[in-house]
Design a protein around this ligand. Structure first.
Ligand code: ZN
Length: 366
């Protein structure tokens, strides 16, 4: 009896040992990342095992966090570490967010705004890669890196098409994280407030409501369109469209929801007043639509007060015959909000938040 228990314990220990031994072999394959460097001309270069299966991502900053890009490599990193950046780069991190993987993160300063549509990971040879940070201020950037980009061992053959297959755009992490709805099923009307001779509110440093809301609305239309939602915009350029006309367009469209996008102002130009508010006129669905958007807007504007989801009799939400919301994305007259709304990168975050709110609403209402 005693012997048998000892035997069991022994085999348990033995199997545990064997399993962990096998695990080491299964998941601790060496990292495909061999060397990397950020050069002073604003290029991330790195060397990998030939034809490594990489994933490259971009994520726009959040509050005090700057924009960042990261590359995931197969094979596990042995020693996670951080390197202090310089110039536009805040920090470079090497980590293993999950077992058997290596992640190289380049995080930029909060004031740097990358253009995600221009970010492209280029395979320049089967084991060498380049990613250029175009259109940003490179002042003060010095070379940072680890290891040698020159492969000492045998030459690797390549041809043009094999290299082309290595080149890829960076995936927009935030866009990838937008909720998914059935493609082609939903129809939304986006109404950018004001336009043309009617500039709407004019705020600090001449910041115009019409410009802010048109830029945000266009991005919302693109995000929703990419998710398979049909979008009708009441105006897509700087033209004046009457309120009646906006309502008529919406009511003829048979849309599932109507979202009017505005920026706020105080009568007395009070710079101390900032905040986010969303309006509905009536009904459970209108309130739900406004609430879903308000929730997401608060996530991308930390520090701007939550002025709540309110009922109001604004013409466009009172006369449209589908669930409707009117969103105030912040005060162009408010010191805090105006500084944010003047930034393209912030307007992109606001557009992301409004899109996410709309998609959440559609997902939960149908
Ligand atoms: Zn307005």
């Amino acid at each position: 009896m005693r012997y048998r228990i000892t035997g069991l314990i022994f085999s348990a220990i033995f199997y545990t040992f064997l399993l962990s031994f096998l695990n080491v072999f299964k998941t601790n394959a060496a990292s495909a990342l061999a060397a990397w460097q950020v050069t002073s001309d604003g290029t991330l270069k790195f060397r990998t095992t030939p034809y490594a299966d990489l994933e490259a991502y971009y994520q726009s900053g959040y509050g005090q966090k700057g924009d960042r890009i990261w590359i995931d490599f197969p094979g596990e990193l042995t020693q996670p570490r951080k390197l202090v950046g310089n110039g536009p780069i805040q920090e470079i991190r090497l980590g293993k967010p999950y077992k058997g993987n290596t992640r190289l993160v380049v995080e930029f300063n909060p004031q740097v705004s990358l253009n995600p549509s221009k970010l492209r990971l280029l395979g320049t040879s089967p084991n060498l890669w380049e990613l250029r940070f175009d259109g940003i201020n490179l002042n003060g950037l010095k070379n940072i890196g680890e290891g040698s980009l020159i492969k000492p061992a045998k030459q690797i053959t390549s041809n043009r098409s094999s290299l082309q297959s290595l080149t890829r755009p960076l995936k927009d992490f935030q866009f990838a994280s937008l909720p998914t709805v059935q493609r082609g099923r939903f129809h939304i009307v986006i109404d950018p407030g004001h336009g043309g001779p009617d500039s709407g509110a004019v705020g600090i440093n001449g910041l115009k409501e019409t410009d802010v809301v048109l830029d945000i609305s266009r991005t919302v239309a693109r995000y929703l369109g990419d998710k398979g939602v049909k979008v009708l915009m009441t105006r897509a350029s700087e033209i004046d469209v009457g309120l009646n006309q906006r309502v008529l367009m919406a009511n003829r469209s048979n849309a599932d929801a109507f979202v009017s996008i505005h920026a706020n102002a105080t009568r007395g130009f009070r710079r101390d007043v900032s905040g986010i508010e969303s309006y509905f006129f009536t009904g459970f669905y209108g309130k739900k639509l406004a609430s879903k958007i308000q929730d997401e807007l608060l996530h991308v504007t930390p520090g701007s007060p939550n002025r709540g989801v309110r009922q109001s009799r604004f013409f466009v939400i009172r006369n449209t015959n589908m669930p409707a919301a009117l969103i105030e994305v912040g005060f162009v007259t408010g010191r805090f909000d105006a500084k944010l709304l003047a930034q393209k990168s912030h307007r992109r975050k606001v557009a992301f938040a409004i899109s996410k709110g709309i998609l959440n609403y559609l997902k939960e209402s149908y």
